[in-house]
Write a protein that binds this ligand. Structure first.
Ligand code: HEM
Ligand code: HEM
Length: 233
């Protein structure tokens, strides 16, 4: 079978993806600890000894905030690369195009095992991925706003409180801001698990380089993807 190799993901996007992945991993683990230090069971140290060993809530929070700054910087970087390169704007779902709706029908049938994965059209990015990634970016933004709003509470006149403090009364106070930050953290992790499953699924069925594409930048197709214009600069 003749195949074609297409260059899809820019170095900037790949760099962002993996920095973001590790930032979220650190944020989630430290975040769960902040919310409930006993989430792993009573395995920690009593406060005096914890302080002695340097494993304190202070340290865990510091890691969360450093990862938070990395996450914020990554988000700004991601927006900037999208402004300058067309292939980095694949996250805008083309609702106005017929091929998007055909793709939506096809991928629904494929994921329901009614249609074979190799039948139908090829897409650089399937319609579900195109629709869900922008929502995930909005959730990233929500985590940044609520995270830095809570962070800014220790300095009410400071930069973070002035930039994002407005969200706290909007969500119903400090407690509810914590809760929303906590719930959305779980939605992001559930997305990540499903996302990883679907990437591996695609790779196993099509052997099209899906799994390695976020490292190499390339994917392999048997026919020309119908949305190929979206990555031509
Ligand atoms: C915290 C975990 C993760 C998050 C939040 C995440 C998020 C994302 C996002 C937002 C995109 C879209 C990028 C864009 O074009 O703007 C993406 C694409 C992608 N990710 Fe992840 N990712 C995670 C983990 C992983 C892992 C573990 C893999 C496994 C190799 C992976 C492989 C990919 C691939 C192959 C794509 C491109 C898929 C496509 O074209 O639709 N991701 N990811
Ligand atoms: C995907 C990204 C993030 C995840 C998964 C995450 C996760 C969490 C979780 C689960 C909590 C505990 C909430 C609770 O039960 O009370 C938390 C607390 C917190 N997070 Fe995040 N977070 C993220 C991003 C951020 C960012 C960008 C900041 C900005 C600095 C931030 C700042 C905070 C603060 C200030 C707290 C409360 C700390 C405290 O009460 O001592 N988070 N985070």
């Amino acid at each position: 079978m003749e195949t074609k190799r297409f260059y899809i993901f820019s170095p900037g996007l790949r760099l962002w993806h993996w920095v973001n992945f590790f930032a979220i991993l650190a944020l989630f683990i430290t975040g769960l600890y902040i919310g409930n230090p006993f989430f792993l069971g009573p395995i920690g140290y009593e406060a005096t000894y914890a302080y002695d060993k340097g494993i304190t809530m202070d340290l865990i929070r510091k890691i969360h905030f450093v990862a938070g700054y990395v996450f914020l910087s990554g988000f700004i970087f991601r927006v900037i690369i999208a402004l300058f390169s067309k292939r980095d704007r694949l996250i805008i779902p083309p609702f106005w195009r017929r091929d998007y709706w055909i793709g939506l029908k096809e991928i629904t049938l494929k994921y329901s095992l009614i249609m074979r994965d190799k039948e139908g059209n090829e897409y650089i990015r399937n319609a579900y991925a195109r629709s869900v990634y922008p929502l995930i970016y909005l959730l990233f933004l929500f985590m940044i706003i609520t995270g830095f709003a809570m962070y800014g509470m220790s300095n009410p006149g400071g930069l973070w409180a002035s930039l994002f403090g407005w969200i706290i009364p909007l969500l119903g106070g400090e407690f509810m801001t914590h809760m929303w930050h906590h719930w959305i953290a779980w939605i992001i992790i559930i997305f990540a698990i499903l996302h990883f499953y679907l990437v591996v699924r695609e790779e196993l069925i099509k052997q099209n380089g899906e799994l390695t594409s976020m490292f190499t930048g390339y994917k392999v197709f048997e026919k020309e993807p119908v949305d190929i214009e979206d990555i031509k600069e």
